[in-house]
Write a protein that binds this ligand. Sequence first.
Ligand code: XIL
Length: 387
Amino acid sequence: MRRSMRSLLVAAATASLVLPLCGVTAASAAPPGFSNADKSALRNQAPIDLAIGSAVWGKQQLVGYDPADPTEYQQVLGAQFSSLTPENDMKWDALRPAPDVYDFASADALVAYAQANHQQVRGHTLLWHSQNPAWVTEASTTWTCDEARTVLEDHIRTVVGHFKGQIYEWDVANEIFQDTWDNGGVRLRTEANPFLKACSDDPVGLLVDAFRWAHEADPDAVLFLNDYNAEGVNEKTDAYYALAQEMLVAGAPLGGFGAQGHLSLQYGFDTSMQENFERFAALGLQVAVTEADVRIPLLAGETGPTPEQVATQAERYDGMLQACLNVKACSSFTVWGFPDANSWVPDVFPGEGWATILEDDYSPKPAFDVMLRSLRDATPGTSPRKG
Ligand code: XIL
């Protein structure tokens, strides 16, 4: 029989409503409005130096939010998580419908919800080869590097400036490296990414400047490189490690390295994740798990995940969380949305699903339970991590 979290979630969310709004909570502040005695909330059981986040699509879930009458989804989101990442609302296609038009409506709704629920916000993302509006794709076919730089600089300064003081970590550059299996192997995406393409003579120079523009617009935000297949020590993360060093030597205000954490039970778990995080931390960077989900492939003859698959999924989530907990420089651990009904996985990976930590009725899966236990074990109450 499933345990229901609903009454606890409602109690926790309601408690937060009576508190005055106080803007973005510092990473080290205990989440206000939530009793440390409430053992059912991830955010309450996390060490105070680790934010626990979820992706959320503000346009679909948070526009029209009424603190006096939250949806059940909004209650769970507020009760469980201390950090939010806009799943789509801060991407170029959402923010830039036209070259001279910025539309912040749904991103602003997300930030307002986060502040009302004493959550921090991870910005996502400023430079990516995907989800660019058609005008970028079209214009970029003839861009000179100077023209691309002008468009990117305006975007970064405007967007980061708009949210100045309200975002603690920004994924400045997302998925800028190809994979081993791509044409040409692991190298910067100087074909697919329109900005890197226009500046393919000196892509690192463009990256250094992108981070510099973001830093000037909001000096308090920690600025990240972020990618998938970037959990363990591998050829791609070796390339990131070399790039991070090159950027730091060039004076870039690079502050963090994010491993997205999109895993599938089709593949094994790379146990070198902690070692990978440690080498980036040794460069003085923060690290983060930014988009964790663990997809389950449907087995022949089954209509849903088997108990064994569900148990392995819990181990994989916990493996990523342990790597983060064991490295003090790991500042945030974010799951890529919940419940399964909101997950991007079935749309993009045919035959796979059930990737999130909550059932569609918001009852906890084993992955949720094991993460809650690990957070609780990592720290007495809300103290920072030890060691
Ligand atoms: C995904 C969203 O979840 C989907 O809703 C959208 O249709 C496509 O993008 N890596 C990233 C995220 O950095 O931005 C992607 O999010 C998932 C992969």
